[in-house]
Design a protein around this ligand. Sequence first.
Ligand SMILES: *[C@@H]1O[C@H](CO)[C@@H](O)[C@H](O)[C@H]1NC(C)=O
Ligand SMILES: *[C@@H]1O[C@H](CO)[C@@H](O)[C@H](O)[C@H]1NC(C)=O
Length: 245
Amino acid sequence: MEVFFHNSLALMFTLLTLPCYSMYDSDLSRKPHAWTKLILTHHWPVTVCEMDGIKCDNPPNYWTLHGVWPDKSQMCNNSWPFDYSEIQDIAVEMNKLWPDVIHPNRTQLWKHEWQKHGTCAATLESLNSQHKYFSKGLELYKQVDLNSALQKSGIVPSTKYYQMKDITCAIRNIYGVVPKIQCLPPQQVEDAQTLGQIEFCFDKAFQRTDCTHEFPSSFEELQSRNGLTVCDQNLNTRYPPLETL
Ligand SMILES: *[C@@H]1O[C@H](CO)[C@@H](O)[C@H](O)[C@H]1NC(C)=O
Ligand SMILES: *[C@@H]1O[C@H](CO)[C@@H](O)[C@H](O)[C@H]1NC(C)=O
């Protein structure tokens, strides 16, 4: 009894003296209501295929949708499984614009995106079903129309290097917001990073907003996948054409 008493006192003391931001921070990542922005993430299939090191079967030659991610929460509802039948009517468009680049014509990516991100986005009434969530993703993707925007700015896949500022400026000029651009860092002998993901942020009314990084460290790490990191503004940048695969 006495031991128990001392332990609980010690525990109380620890809790009271913990810096409050660390508790706050980890708390946020679990609260579905805590998110404020949606991140519309595009990825460049050639880079996705290079990263996975497996041979992609006929990958798309355009930026595809990777996901629609609430900024501060993940895995919000384990009792809401992915159900393909709810999005069957949009499957053709999903396969084209939001494909699983690594496993074409399969539903693995959608299942993952729903469980990890969709269940959190669903706190918003306009996203509270799988059909609404995936349809909204397609709608935002088409509205942003990244592929033609890049093309119009002369940012096209090439064997020559780009400077990050040219890509960043082009996007900022077109959209008027700060995107988040992620790259695969230089691998071994390379002296260049590789363009991998371009993200646009939206508020809860689906208005484009700057992608700023209020909670940089832990949450960003949770979201970065397979070694993509925010591009280094000072490194040469590859935007590899499909033929380099
Ligand atoms: C989780 O999903 C189930 C199935 O849609 C739903 O009935 C339940 O209310 C959800 N729970 C929360 C906390 O949103
Ligand atoms: C996926 O399926 C569609 C229609 O069945 C087909 O046209 C397309 O070639 C398939 N894509 C891949 C990469 O297998």
